[in-house]
Design a protein around this ligand. Structure first.
Ligand code: MLT
Ligand code: MN
Ligand code: ZN
Length: 307
């Protein structure tokens, strides 16, 4: 069994974003019935053991997310957590700054990340150096050669990195010269049932090897950042296109919906890492209706997926 808990379903900035007055943010801030607040991109995954979660990405909202999800806080001893390991899919602010909030851990965190992410978080944004003065981390290298890796204490699941051709974080020395490992997706498999989850909160395009892995999964939880390429400009919230930000939009002939339509019939399709400007955040929008017609779900905070 693969158990997924969506801790944060929004992109960087969250929903509402603190300084944003776009139509969506204004509506959710006012408590509109057709929109629910969402925290920043993070999920937790476990197998059979209900107290052995892996946190996939550490959002700046992690403390709020842990309070909202008591299943991750078993309270067996005076200081306790249901989180057994941490894993990062990239070193972006929305996926990594929560590490500092987890500094009170009673032992070094097993931290699974690529060499790129480790380098960025040791040099460009040296969170890991700072953390060494608190709980520290026990760094575990994510391989990039399509091999499966396993985690201590989580023996019923195996993991595989899926490299994604996307820019490194804006602060990274490799920003304009990204290498494989700057951004990854994940394939997670239950070794007994062979049920598979594909998870990729940042997908600028669907490369052939990515598509192959998506097709092999029972459920895909993928980049839902933008509805359209010019969404930021159109809403007046910014000037960058979805492509420039490394996110494939949902609409358009070669957009995410068109790809998801081509998955095997039984595949569960879920969008995550949704930017606050995206009209799919409004439950009654035309764009949300389109997703429903295509059998595509929109992740929300505290959503559970069991495979
Ligand atoms: C992104 O996914 O594009 C970034 O995380 C945006 C950000 O939070 O700066
Ligand atoms: Mn992000
Ligand atoms: Zn907004």
């Amino acid at each position: 069994m693969i158990n997924v808990r969506i801790l944060g379903s929004a992109a960087g900035g969250g929903f509402p974003q603190w300084n944003c007055n776009c139509a969506n943010c204004t509506a959710v801030r006012a408590g509109a019935a057709n929109a629910r607040p969402r925290t920043q991109s993070s999920i937790a995954i476990r197998g059979q053991d209900e107290f052995a979660w892996t946190l996939v990405n550490a959002s700046p909202d992690i403390l709020t997310q842990l309070i909202a999800n008591p299943a991750l806080q078993p309270a067996r001893t005076i200081r306790d957590t249901g989180l057994r390991a941490l894993l990062l899919t990239d070193s972006q602010i929305d996926h990594s700054t929560g590490l500092l909030m987890l500094r009170e851990a009673t032992r070094p965190w097993p931290l699974w990340c690529t060499d790129s992410a480790f380098e960025d978080l040791s040099e460009g944004n040296p969170l890991l150096k700072v953390l060494q003065h608190y709980c520290g981390v026990s760094r575990q290298r994510i391989p990039l050669d399509n091999s499966w890796f396993g985690m201590d204490g989580l023996e019923d699941l195996r993991w595989q990195a899926v490299t994604v051709h996307a820019d490194a974080a804006p602060y990274s020395p490799r920003r304009s010269a990204s290498v494989p490992g700057d951004v990854i997706g994940l394939l997670i498999e239950d070794i007994k049932t062979h049920r598979r989850l594909f998870y990729a909160p940042a997908l600028p395009s669907i490369e052939a090897h990515v598509w192959e892995q998506m097709q092999s999964a029972d459920c895909v939880v993928v980049d839902g950042t933008f509805w359209s390429d010019d969404e930021m400009a159109r809403s007046g919230a910014g000037s960058k296109s979805a492509a420039q930000m490394g996110h494939l939009p949902q609409s358009g002939e070669a957009g995410m919906i068109a790809w998801l339509d081509r998955l095997p019939v039984g595949t569960r399709r879920v969008l995550i890492h949704i930017n606050n400007t995206n009209p799919i955040l409004l439950d009654d929008s035309a764009e949300r209706k389109t997703l429903i017609e295509h059998g595509i779900e929109v992740a929300y905070d505290s959503m559970e997926i069991v495979l």
